[in-house]
Design a protein around this ligand. Structure first.
Ligand code: WTA
Length: 650
């Protein structure tokens, strides 16, 4: 059945519901799945797990020793056997992904499941020659090119653990991650394209490697810029692949609870947290969520715009579509380069059927103008997805109307780096869809919204979003080498048996969940997760800076941006010079993506008598909100001074 001619959604009050035709088409349309799965989540997940290839079946589905838990204990699996070998049986010649390079005049590349299988095996064999063994950590610092996916799968095939570091992260950010994981090998490229410019990634990698345990570096020639290759340490990817041509590597049998990857996310201090994801549960969750949420059919062309350096990239720009034998797009560049409508050109060119992006991108598309969208035929689209931050009603409506032509359900997907896969969203064949609500928790996922005392709040009331046992198979098992942080961040707020998400949320009468925002110091800059603590510790490294405080403020396009308040002891430097130094420092220590939008130089920061900086007050000054009682401050006068500075008064 073609979806082109059928009515897909009907509106009832303020809800959008799938029509009978859409229900018929969907992988899941029977509402009773919620009841059944919630009554017995273990049975639900076990049934899903059985659809995968395991070399040995588990002995127990779920065990819980709070705060620790396991899924599919003693099962043996390799994710790449499921992504590749299993697909060879029926989809050898099906395209796994189409790679669209940033330069418009460069040829796209298509890799079939058969070709991907061959490449991953060759690379896995090469990695073995470099001495990588099961359990070893391997860093991946690469742009969005096919080799990045081959690298991730090659590492996983031999039972090693990948840590992907976003290519726009600074050498310093790379270093911290490589030091924490003690990676032995790094895979990178000579460079990459960013809005037409060549970025020297190898140089960044070399700088980041200093002081780490990395012994060998594999370098993909992507842009052909001149790079320094260190003899005995640096190896060209193409030479390694040639040497291992046609080699087949048996997937290494992994225990369900063995590490599959470590992905870092911002910590509340300067040090990022390594979230640990395991082989069994992650694989089950990645496959199941994709199958039901993105509802893949053999004819679909799926495009998740997320970079592989983030969790969305790991799960939905790589593993989940491969586990489901789907065809997807991997795009190297910026969505608005070289033309603002590059993204629409790509949808049109490849007849993308399912498009998954972040609200910040949607707002950017809208800003460029609706006329630009209307130039393109986007009729192929049947589902739209959103992730990473709340999507406001205006952006939702525009996305729905202008991109989806009022016929595509919007899957507003809530999840986190920690959860490994989507946990809350309404399903295409079931719905309902309501602007600003992410939807229902997936079948088998028990979430709740609690007040300070740990009691469930009533519909319509705000509280903290938590996940109750048995959680989800893909939820993180640890913070790498930091059990205290694991316990404190996720399992302390409501005790060791309840996972605390750090998000506040509201449930309506229909059970739909609306995410209000983070309760901790995380800010989402264009969907990228950064903590104010991390920014402050980077800024405080500057010799002239006495102290600093960073807050997030709303931004029309990026959702949120960082604003820094700094106290400088250098009275001779101009304001402009200090501001520039602060911005450069964040770029150097973290990444350009985290750059503060505004930097204010102040004499003092509002503090309590015990010396705690009151960021809340800064936020209120900034937004013009009522400040309330300031008598608890040690230095209430500073508030007026800061107000003047913000308003540009002398
Ligand atoms: C936020 C991204 C509203 C939330 C996959 C969460 C969302 C944090 C949504 C995790 C959504 C994610 N609506 N907020 N649909 N999805 N968030 O680790 O605050 O980069 O805790 O993972 O993003 O961000 P992370």
């Amino acid at each position: 059945m073609s979806l082109k001619k059928i009515e897909t959604l009907k509106k009832r009050d303020d809800l959008y519901l799938p029509t009978g035709d859409l229900k018929k088409y969907a992988n899941l349309s029977d509402k009773s799945i919620y009841r059944r799965a919630n009554r017995n989540p273990l049975k639900f997940w076990e049934k899903e797990a059985k659809e995968l290839k395991w070399s040995k079946k588990w002995t127990k589905v779920f065990s819980h020793h709070p705060p620790h838990f396991e899924w599919f204990s003693n099962g043996k699996i390799n994710i790449t056997e499921n992504c590749l070998d299993e697909n060879l049986k029926t989809r050898k010649n099906k395209v796994a992904f189409i790679w669209e390079p940033e330069p418009i005049d460069e040829q796209a590349r298509k890799l079939t499941y058969g070709e991907l299988f061959t490449k991953v095996n060759e690379f896995a064999s090469g990695l073995k020659e470099l001495g990588v063994k099961k359990g070893d950590k391997v860093g991946i610092y690469m742009p969005m090119i096919p080799e990045a996916i081959i690298a991730m799968l090659g590492v996983a095939r031999i039972g090693a653990v990948h840590t992907v570091v976003f290519s726009a992260f600074s050498p310093q950010a790379l270093k911290v991650r490589l030091q924490d994981t003690e990676a032995k090998v790094l895979i990178t490229t000579d460079g990459y394209y960013r809005r037409g410019k060549i970025m020297d990634l190898k140089k960044n990698a070399d700088t980041g490697l200093r002081g780490t345990k990395v012994e060998k570096v594999v370098v993909v020639k992507r842009v052909g810029n001149k790079v320094k290759m260190n003899k005995g340490k640096d190896f060209w990817w193409h030479e390694l692949m040639l040497k291992h041509k046609s080699k087949i590597v048996k997937p290494v049998e992994m225990d369900s609870e063995n590490l599959l990857f470590i992905l870092y996310t911002s910590g509340s201090t300067g040090k990022p947290k390594g979230t640990c994801h395991v082989c069994g549960g992650y694989t089950v969750q990645a496959r199941t969520t994709g199958k039901y949420i993105f509802d893949w059919k053999d004819s679909d062309i799926f495009w998740s715009t997320a970079d592989l350096g983030w969790i969305t990239g790991h799960t939905y720009s790589c593993y989940s579509p491969l586990l489901n034998g789907a065809t997807f797009i991997l795009y190297e560049g910026s969505l608005d380069f070289p033309e603002p409508d590059r993204w629409a050109q790509i949808i049109e060119k490849y007849k993308v059927t399912i498009f998954y992006t972040a609200p910040t991108a949607v707002r950017m598309f809208e800003k460029y103008g609706t006329d630009l969208v209307r130039k393109h035929n986007l009729d192929s689209l049947r589902l739209l997805g959103s992730v990473g931050e709340p999507i406001d009603e205006a952006a939702w409506e525009w996305y729905f109307r202008e991109i989806g032509n009022s016929k595509c359900p919007i899957l507003d997907t809530w999840w986190q780096t920690e959860t490994g896969g989507i946990l809350i969203t309404s399903l295409p064949g079931i719905g309902p869809f309501k602007p600003t609500y992410t939807g229902l928790p997936l079948p088998g996922i028990r979430v709740d919204i609690l007040d300070d005392k740990g009691k469930s709040v009533k519909p319509g009331q705000e509280g903290s979003l938590v996940i109750k046992p048995p959680f989800s198979p893909g939820l993180l098992r640890a913070v790498y080498k930091n059990p205290a942080k694991y316990l404190k961040t996720y399992w302390s707020e409501y005790g060791k048996k309840i996972y605390f998400t750090s998000d506040s949320a509201i449930k309506n009468k229909q059970g739909l969940i609306r995410i209000v925002g983070r309760m901790d110091d995380v800010i989402k800059i264009a969907g990228h997760r950064v903590t104010t603590g991390e920014l402050e510790s980077a800024i405080s490294l500057l010799p002239d800076i006495v102290e600093s405080a960073v807050i997030g403020r709303p931004d029309e396009i990026k959702g949120e941006v960082a604003v820094a308040f700094v106290v400088s002891k250098n009275t001779k430097k101009s304001q402009k010079a200090i501001q520039e130094e602060v911005i450069q420092q964040v770029r150097k220590e973290i990444s350009p993506i985290a750059s503060p939008k505004e930097v204010y130089i102040v004499q003092d920061l509002p503090k309590t008598r015990s010396g705690k900086i009151m960021r809340r007050i800064l936020k209120k000054i900034f937004s013009g909100e009522e400040l309330g009682d300031l008598s608890t401050l040690a230095n209430p006068k500073t508030v007026d001074a800061i107000k003047k500075i913000i308003r540009g008064l002398p």
